[in-house]
Design a binder for this molecule. Sequence first.
Ligand code: IMP
Length: 428
Amino acid sequence: MPATIIVGTQWGDEGKGKIIDLLAREATWTVRYQGGANAGHTVKRADESFSLHLLPSGAVRQNVTCGLAWGMVIDPEQLMKEVMALESRGISIRSRLKISTRASLVLPHHVARDGMEESRRPDAAIGTTGRGIGPAYEDRVGRRSLLMAALLDPNGEERLKQAQDAGIRRITQGTGGDRAMEWYVTPKDWQRWAEFLSPLLCDVSRELDAALRDGEHVLLEGAQGTHLDVYAGTYPFVTSSSTIAGSACTGVGLGPSRINRVVGVVKAYTTRVGNGPFPTEELEEAGEWLRASGKEFGTTTGRPRRCGWLDIPLLRASCLWSGVSELAVTKLDVLSGRPGIPVAVAYRVNGEEDTFPPHSPDSLQNVEPVYEEWPGWEPKEGPFKKIEDLPKGMREYLQRLATAVGVPITTVSIGPERAASIRCRIEP
Ligand code: IMP
């Protein structure tokens, strides 16, 4: 059976965790293919809530095998903490967790460098999550990374020492030399990591190939969102990995012919954490209202998210770049009670209108959104089992969205709980 990719179509925090958890009902595998502990996916089960940073969102379902593929950068301490936190809540994960030997390790000096680099550019800080993601990917492309495979190597400790000496030397050329010792992983910690993680290391790509040949249903789970992609995004205000659907193939080691479905997750409005352009951002009453109504505070950092209206030009670009075949719309309930809802359907640039973002990421700073006001709706008590149960304004919002982007909507989420979701097919 071919695999399904799930991608965020905005700047992350679209509610992918919930959608992946829903789709994982029919899946036997969920796999993360890029990023690291910068992600924050929230999954709700009955009255329990789980915040996952490294583990795939399918981890909460006992029958699902979870993969961390080679496109990822993995902080072992964070991973072990997450595994143990799930186990302490009665969810066994180790027997069904598979980690690629080729994924890169995130070490304490990467985290230190992330913070130091941010503080060196006070006027142009990216606003990173401070999880060491950028420096770990820099080491990967600079061919200096320590891979997970080192945990299996009898000389692993020596390789760790060399990698740390070189990494720490690179950061102590400036300030902070007196703190260098704090950034070394001790031999005791290394052995603890090896003991815990070695049994989980394997060839994830080969295991996935076997699962797909056996007709299993595989979900490849994107983290962050399209406009944080290191190539396609609002560079340099991006993360350090590629977040679009194509990255799933390179990040797990499966060819494009093995994929037949790409689900783009879109929040009914837009948010962004960290710096960078955001054309539909609302800085006053409406932004505050969206933040409060949508509880828009970061899962990883707790930072208040920047909030604004739905941006259709950005969404069109996301669907093009990832070949999105269907959309899952989240947090539609958050907009309830607003009499009319502004939605950006085009941009005005130098007096000209365009329905697609400008090709240069710098120009996104200067576009003026062209808004339409879509009808709102009054809050309505559920349960909502089918699209026809939703308020008329919500249905119209969904229909207009599908038509504007030219992609069908197949899932709608109207609350954080698993039950607050509807499977449907709204054609453009
Ligand atoms: P980094 O990935 O920590 O290097 O952060 C780079 C940019 O991506 C910053 O603007 C972060 O706020 C943003 N970012 C990284 N991960 C996420 C995420 O999972 N959701 C939303 N924004 C993220």
